[in-house]
Each structure stands twice: as C-alpha cells, then as structure tokens.
Ligand binder design. Structure first.
Ligand SMILES: Cc1ncc(C[n+]2csc(CCOP(=O)(O)OP(=O)(O)O)c2C)c(N)n1
Length: 633
C-alpha cells in the first residue's frame, strides 16, 4: 500500500508546486519561482497558513494590488523565456476579479502564470459568505468564473482529492509552448482547509520536458524551394524567437543568406540594431525599411509571431500580388493566420534546418536586393538620428519624446533592460530603440496594458537581480497603477522609472485628433484625453491642466526622485540614479503630440460612418481607402 501523507489541500498544493521542474535541451530548472499575492478571508487560513507553516517550499511576496501581482509574474516569466513561473493568490471577490486583467495580459502574451483565487464555501454553510456573487438561478456562478474567457485552463477544486487531477492539468498547460497562458485554480475556502491522505507519489519530482518539434522533411523542401524561387524574401520574427532560444539560429540564417528580418515588439532585441539584416520594428509602429520591403516582398516567412494587426498593418503590409506567406509556429492557430502555409515546427529547429539546407545549395539573396536593404537602412539610421535630435518647438516648454527616449537608450548599459507597455511610447520604442543585446527590450504589446510597467520591471528584478531595469511609463499609466514601487522598496530591488508626463493620454489623443476630433476650445485638442479640470464656464474638461508633483509622490513612498526640464538635466539625473541604492523616479515633462509619425503604414480603427464633424467625415473616407489595400483573411 502506497504511503500517504495527511495534509490540507492548500498544504498539498504548495508541496506539489515545489516539486515541479521544466526542462529544455537537457537543462532542468525549478518551475515555480515564488508566489505573489494579497490575503483576505478567502485564503488567509488556507493557502496563507500553508505558506507560513512550510515557508521553505515557496517564497511569498506581498504585493500592493492583485492585478499588479500578475504583472510582476508576467514580467518575470517573459524575461525567463517562459522557463519559470510565479503563482499569484487572492482572496475571493474583489481580490480575485482584480486579477482578471492580469490574466488576460498573460494569456494574450502567451505567458504562463498560475492564479490561485479563493472561492466560496462548497458546503454553503455560510451562504452568502462575504463577497459572494449571488445568481438566483445558479449559485455556482461565482467571481472566479470571470477568469474563464481569459485563461487557458480553469478549474474549481471542489474536493481535496480533486487537486491531484487539477494540479497535473494546470502543469500541462503552463509548460506547453503552444497553449500556455494564465491558468486559474479557484480554491474554495473550506476545501483549502480540508485534510486528505495524499499518496506520496503525488509529490514526486516531475520534470516537464519541452520537446522541440523538428521541421519535417516535406516542410523543409517546401520552404527551401520557395526561398530559392523568390527574389525578395522577408522574415518577420516574433516572441517565439526568444522563447524557443532561437536567437543565434536566426542570426546565422540571415547572415548566411542575406535575408532581411523585421521584428514584432516581442521579438525585438534578438539582433543588434546595427546588424546589416536587421530592419527593426515591423508594421504600424515599424520602420520605413521594414514596411517598404514588406510591401514589395514576394515571400514572407513569419516565425514565432501571432501576426497581430500592428504587425501586419491591419493585413495591408504585403502589397505584392506574388507574395506567398509561410508561418513557422508551434501553434497551428497562429500558423494558419492570414491564410499562411502553416509550418508546424519549433522556431530553432526550423531555422537551423533551413540554414543547412540553403547553405548546401550555396543560396544567398541577390546582390541588388542586398544593396536595396543597405540603402534603406542607411537612410533609416539617419532618420532615427534626426528624430532623436529634435529640440522643443518654438514656445514649447516640454521635451520631444523621441529625444528623451534617445537619451535613455544611449545612457543604458548593454545588459540593462527597458520595460514599457502602453501609450505613445511603444511606437517610438519600436521605431527608434537601438537594442544592443537580447532580452534587453521588454515591451508588452499584445494586451498593451496600462499599469504593467513598474510591476513587470519588478518581476524582472526578482528573477534577474543583477540587471538594472529602466521602466518607462506615461502619466496615465502611472496614475492607474504605480504602487509596486512600494514592493520594490520592501524587497530592495531598485528600479529606475522614467515618468513621461504629457499631461494626459497623449497616444489616444493623437489617435482621436487624427480621426477628426477637435476638442472644445480653450486650447484643448481632442476630447476627454487631456488631464484637465472641469471648466466652470463651459462645464467641459477644458480647465487648467492638473499639475502633479510626481517626484514628491514617489519620495513619499521612500523612493529617490528627480524632476528634470531639459535633456542635460535628464542625463545628469540618469547618472545620479546610478548612485542611488533604491528605486528612483525621474519625472520628465513630454511635449504633447511629439511622438514620431507612422512610416508607410496605417492602422484600422473604427471611424464614425456619419458625423456632423468634417474631420471625422474625412477620416472615414481615408479609412475606406486604406481598407481597399488590406487583405480579407
Ligand atoms: C488598462 C488600460 N486602459 C486603457 C487603455 C487604452 N489606452 C491605451 S494608451 C492610453 C493612454 C496612456 O496614457 P499615458 O500612460 O499617459 O501614455 P501617453 O499616451 O501619454 O503616451 C489608453 C487610455 C489601455 N491600453 N490599458
């Protein structure tokens, strides 16, 4: 008879988690790096009790907001190329639903995070318990059901024995490159506390192997034949390049063939910015070389990307009628997008096989194509220099965003990491940021979730404390969520935060005004996006701009802080931040609408079909014209 161990469900879950490992290319690592969260009545006597009693099994981090806790977890797992994971726990009710946005961010980005919200009593003795949802037609529908659309796997562990099935299934999804994302195990309060005689084998060491799917002989021939037949190939590389540890394989392929490569935000940093085959960012926020070459490409090879609208210019990036699209992916869902020829394979396996096959025939792109790439890149690097040397316009007190980004980029050391997610910054970053080494550019642009930045920066520090992390966040994002500054101080993990203050939602205001929004006078531009007080005279939000002393705000938590007004002051503050021992905030006033423009791209957004506003009518007509250039599928 197998030996049994009597534990509560929460104690058993913790013990199980501590025994999970992930393995790739023969290298084994512990999967769970810790557990983040905030306790409430929903798990303080269950999971928290287990964590306190068995604190050696998993380290607990107390965050300030459950959503931010999930962002910390995503930042860490993304930085670790998904070869590590955090769990995040909450109480029932508001703590749980706070995590829903984080879950969506993880799932959209295909990043593993284990969510452990508490749930209502299965014995229903306290009915309704504090924070319980009540649907008279179905008492089983609870706050934790809100995770279903934003998770890859969901279960409610309604009996201590059921944990054994649920936990194994959770690991299947978390460790699977094709299906990974947020996983939710809802833990009813009484079940967490209930004891069961768990068989010892449940706690055996489990190693979840990532099996690299090779490129089949047939797929290899298909790809190689297409590359050799076409004249203008283009590679688009996404996050899968990093996650499958294929950076070196990509470099070798483009160097041996001369094929150019453009990157999504998740893929960027795989090659140095000045590599002769690196076209930089692809798509709506992309560079001119990438978008011009995409328009003319007769072969597009997408690798490890979800081909989202920003990458494909809303399906209008490829204008050559002879263009053939091949998508290499571990997921057929992604591989079939835009009617691609789906090549199911691990990115590294595919790149290595393709290089060897092409090299055996001595393949290289034609010299005329090489020259075109080089000319486009030469002009583009000059354009980036121009963008970065912009000075404030006449009468403008604040700094141009690309210049501020340029100062930071030049200042940072080769291994430092920059983090960003939402606002107008990702566009400037994708166009102008010059990556010097892999894993130094961390921009979450699948869910582009405001408030991700500081928390994700902390996540990177938790798993890679030797690196300096620079976080760029807009004032909108900061006002929404910044309090993981406190956690960074508690944990003694220094972040340097650049707060880009454009006195409102600069990106959305830019979008609105480009689509015909004109504002309500009193110097307003656009509607509802500026951080302005309500004006007594008009009753609209066109009063004075709200001036916020963000440096004092950060200091009040115990952080160091600077406010700068010129690029020289910024350089000086960055130098001084190196000497600070704790998290440091640098408040920079950014000129509104100073972000870089689109280069040979557009973005499909909704525009009112009928309007009394002339600008909106024009924008609608323009959008209809643009859509004629887009593919249907
Ligand atoms: C949680 C969340 N809410 C709303 C949005 C929509 N949105 C995208 S960018 C943006 C404005 C961001 O403002 P800020 O952080 O100040 O950056 P800026 O646009 O000024 O560069 C908004 C509201 C979002 N991406 N995430």
């Amino acid at each position: 008879m197998e030996k049994r161990i009597r534990l509560t469900m929460a104690q058993a879950l913790l013990r199980f988690m501590s025994r999970q490992f992930i393995q790739i290319d023969g290298e084994k690592r512990r999967f769970f790096q810790g557990i983040l969260g905030i306790f409430g009545h929903g798990q303080v006597t269950g999971l928290a009790q287990a964590l306190e009693q068995d604190s050696h099994l998993l380290k607990y981090y107390r965050v300030q907001n459950e959503q931010a806790g999930v962002h910390v977890a995503i930042g860490a797992a993304k930085h670790m190329n998904r070869l590590g994971c955090f769990a995040v726990t909450s109480s029932i009710g508001p703590g749980a639903t706070n995590m829903v946005t984080g879950a969506a961010t993880a799932t959209a980005n295909r990043i593993p995070v284990l969510l452990l919200p508490g749930d209502i009593f299965v014995d229903r003795q306290p009915d309704p318990v504090l924070q319980q949802m009540e649907h008279p037609h179905d008492l089983n529908i609870q706050a934790s059901d809100a995770f279903k659309p934003v998770c890859r796997y969901w279960d409610r562990v309604v009996h201590p024995q059921a944990l054994m099935t649920s936990a194994v299934q959770a690991m299947r999804v978390l460790s699977d490159p094709e299906n990974t994302g947020a996983v939710c195990l809802a833990l009813p309060q009484d079940v967490q506390d209930a004891a069961f005689d768990y068989p010892e084998s449940f706690f055996r060491k489990r190693v979840h192997r990532i099996d690299r799917r090779p490129l089949s002989g047939e797929s290899l021939e298909l790809l190689a034949e297409a590359v050799q037949r076409k004249k203008r190939p283009l590679i688009i590389a996404g996050g899968g390049i990093h996650y499958s540890l294929a950076v070196e394989a990509l470099k070798m392929l483009v160097e041996s063939t001369g094929m150019p490569v453009a990157f999504t935000n998740a893929g960027k940093s795989a090659l140095r910015w000045d590599h002769p085959q690196n076209l930089g960012g692809m798509g709506v926020m992309g560079t001119r070389p990438a978008n011009v070459l995409a328009q003319k490409a007769d072969l597009v090879l997408s690798i490890g990307t979800r081909l989202m609208d920003f990458t494909t210019v809303s399906k209008a990036a490829f204008q050559n009628p002879q263009m053939e699209l091949f998508s290499v992916n571990v997921s057929s869902f992604d591989g079939y997008k835009m009617d691609s020829t789906c090549i199911l394979a691990d990115a590294r396996e595919a790149l290595v096989s393709l290089r060897e096959r092409l090299a055996s025939g001595g393949y290289s792109v034609e010299s005329i194509y090489r020259q075109e790439i080089s000319d486009l890149l030469g002009a583009w690097h000059g354009e980036v220099d121009r963008l970065r040397s912009c000075v404030p316009a006449q009468g403008e007190k604040h700094l141009p965003q690309p210049s501020v980004i340029g100062v930071l980029n030049e200042f940072m050391d080769e291994r430092d990491v920059v983090v960003n997610a939402a606002g107008s910054m990702p566009g400037d970053m994708q166009r102008t940021w010059r990556c010097k080494a892999p894993k130094t550019y961390h921009v979450e642009y699948a869910y582009s979730c405001m408030g991700y930045e500081i928390a994700a920066g902390l996540g990177i520090k938790l798993v890679d404390p030797g690196r300096q992390v620079y976080v760029i966040q807009g004032d909108g994002g900061y006002l929404m969520m910044h309090t993981e500054i406190v956690t960074s101080l508690m944990e003694n993990h220094k972040l340097v935060i650049l707060l880009f203050d454009s006195e409102g939602f600069n990106s959305i205001n830019g979008l609105a005004t480009a689509m015909g929004s004109v504002g309500f006078g009193k110097g307003s531009k656009g509607f509802g996006n500026e951080l302005r007080d309500r004006d007594e005279e008009t009753g609209k939000l066109v009063g004075p701009f709200r001036s916020i002393d963000y440096a004092s705000n950060a200091r009040s938590y115990g952080a160091a802080a600077y406010a700068v007004e010129s690029l020289d002051e910024l350089r000086d503050a960055l130098v001084r931040s190196r000497g600070e021992e704790k998290t440091t905030l640098i408040h920079v006033k950014i000129a509104r609408f100073s972000q870089s423009p689109n280069y040979d791209s557009w973005w499909r957004v909704g525009v009112a079909e009928t309007s009394t506003m002339e600008g909106v009518q024009r924008a609608y007509e323009q959008m209809r014209e643009n859509m004629k250039t887009a593919r249907y599928c």
